[in-house]
Design a protein around this ligand. Structure first.
Ligand code: NAP
Length: 242
């Protein structure tokens, strides 16, 4: 039987790269996204072109009913073996004192509550050999001063969620790990108001450049795979040395 994996935020960026890579590795996929139907349809077509089964589902991960729908779609593909908890948002980059309550709540809703809701749906379905990868951020340990401290704090919560879930579900044979990307070339930077951040930040990244989505997808695919059978509770930094 093929692995069946749910990827949230699969319409673009790291999630889309992960979808393409996992399809090539033989996974059937549920591609979650929020509202960009055209972007999700493009990724879906690429997955179908590999011969894998897949569906794209618009579901806001901050909403428990919509999350439920995402996982019901997975049930139609077979027993769930994987979750990539990836859908995340920042808010406009700026000083801490300018942060609005609306932006704060949205960041916590998607990056923390969304991850918890998806993990809960996943582990209820998963059996021995299944795995979860949470997409955290290097921000979790850097703190993101002057940029988005609240986002960094939510990502630190992702790391804690990873460790706790890994320990609670290890006796069931379910592995839970995280990746912590640094600055990766995706549209998230435009959404936070600094579209050229991957280029302007290059000078302070030890490897001298921003990362590409597929370089994170490679780490995610490895953590999901049986090759990582003794790895659980790990946060794998994919940040060019940041
Ligand atoms: P991105 O290019 O902005 O893509 C975000 C994806 O998530 C889109 O498919 C979007 O759907 C979806 N999404 C956003 N909010 C959602 C919600 N409430 N419910 C369901 N789907 C939602 O992001 P990315 O840069 O690939 O980031 C992916 C993950 O990596 C995030 O968790 C982010 O925090 C983390 N990360 C990114 C970087 C980086 O530099 N890029 C660095 C560290 C960590 P629509 O397109 O339909 O809106």
């Amino acid at each position: 039987m093929n692995p069946v994996t749910v990827i949230t935020g699969a319409g673009r960026g790291i999630g889309a790269a992960t979808a393409r890579r996992l399809a090539t590795a033989g996974h059937d996929l549920v591609l979650g996204y929020r509202s960009d139907h055209a972007a999700a349809a493009t990724v879906l077509a690429d997955v179908h072109a590999t011969g894998r089964r897949a569906v794209a589902i618009a579901a806001d991960t901050g909403d428990p009913d919509q999350v439920q729908r995402l996982f019901t779609a997975a049930d139609d593909l077979g027993p769930l073996t994987g979750l990539v908890n990836n859908a995340g948002v920042t808010s406009p980059i700026g000083p801490f004192t300018d942060l609005t309550v609306t932006d704060l709540r949205r960041v916590v809703d998607v990056n923390l509550i969304g991850y918890v809701l998806c993990a809960q749906q996943a582990v209820r379905r998963m059996r021995d050999g299944a795995a979860i990868v949470n997409v955290s951020s290097a921000a979790a340990t850097l703190g993101s001063p002057g940029e988005y401290i609240h986002y960094a704090a939510a990502k630190a919560a992702t790391d804690t969620l990873t460790v706790g879930l890994a320990k609670e579900f290890a006796p069931h044979g379910i592995r839970v790990n995280a990746v912590a990307p640094g600055i990766i070339r995706t549209d998230i930077h435009a959404v936070s108001g600094v579209p050229d951040r991957p280029d302007t930040a290059a000078g302070r990244i030890p490897l001298g450049r921003a990362g590409e989505p597929d370089e994170v997808a490679a780490a995610i695919a490895w953590l999901l795979s049986p090759e990582a059978s003794y790895t659980t509770g790990a946060v794998l930094r994919t940040a060019g040395g940041l």
